[in-house]
Design a protein around this ligand. Sequence first.
Ligand code: HEM
Length: 389
Amino acid sequence: MTGPRSDVQLYSTEALLDPFPIYRDLRDLGGAVWLNAHDMFILPRYADVKAALSNWQVFSSAGGVTMNDEMNDKLRGGLLCSDPPNHDVLRKIIERPVMPKALAELRQRVTDEAEKLVERLVEKGTFDAATELSQHLPVTIVSELVGLPEEGRERMLAWAPANFDCFGPINDRTNAAFPIVGEMVQYAFTQCVPGKLKPGGWAQMIWDAADRGEIDPSICPFLMNDYMGPSLDTTIFATTSAIWLFAKHPEQWDAIRKNPAMIPSAINEVIRIESPIQTFSRYVAKDYEIDGTTLPTGSRAIVAFGSANRDERYWGNPDEFDINRDGSQTHMGFGFGEHQCVGNNLARLEIRALLTALVKRVERFELHEVRRGVNNVLRGIEKCVVTVH
Ligand code: HEM
């Protein structure tokens, strides 16, 4: 095979903890780089990631978006691992409760929860933002609005990151996570079924769509994962990253305190620079050339959201946290194209409610203990003890 190659171990603990220098080297090597350690390409540059995400005919999700065949087989046919026209049918069902119009009805409830939580934590003074602040809203939403049965629900916070570990190439983390994901699948098949789900909840709405003949009922348990899997740790990590970044950049915290209208662009900047989902992949369904390198049919290409979001060919000072960035630039942190994050408005709503409650009450975050989580595709902090002043 011609074109640039690299021996980098992209999924080693060391690389996962600090992937950014590796991404920079890969971007300098070319638009498509063959990874000897993983037997697949990586697209590390912004322009190529965006082009691939916009071209499902070549960069297929139906051929799987994880980095191993076992998980791709398990997810095949669900929302994430499908192409149009199947994808469009599923997406219409999953997106119903999380489109802006439906979320407008939720806004007050989320705002009230966020205000109560923040008030309690500010009174406490010192707390772990990663758990005490960031987990409450996503967990409450999944539990109550999705309407899953209580039995087993407490395992959700173990299932969600395990699900993402299984997106990596086969390594110790993937192997350790498979049995945990097995539990989640078991829960979806045995508990997330009519009669056990809350009437009117988002999960029941999926079965209702099957009753109306919009989808085959056999697909319903797979679709449960679309609310359970991707809605927790992504949002939890994004929220904690926001606190960590604002603790390290007090002048930017001052700026949003002075002008809370900047909170939405600050959220975009957090998601750009930290990218809670760093890498997914696509199956190459037709020969395709990038930068003189041919990606042959049947190969796999990692779409590196986290690298695209730090590409100096597109962003000025990409490693700098700057909430004043030009709003017309689009980050890839929620993906792009057909599969762009269906829950992005919900995630934004939750994080915005928390930051809005915090700007009213907190002048400074003082960082104590910070520990990063290690996950095959997620980036985030699992312990972040702060004192608020
Ligand atoms: C900050 C939080 C979040 C981040 C960074 C994030 C990131 C992403 C990314 C990068 C994708 C694109 C995957 C691809 O192109 O293959 C995606 C898709 C998706 N996300 Fe999110 N997400 C977040 C929150 C949520 C929430 C709260 C939900 C709950 C509904 C959710 C549900 C989904 C689903 C179902 C998909 C698949 C969409 C499709 O295939 O059409 N996400 N997300």
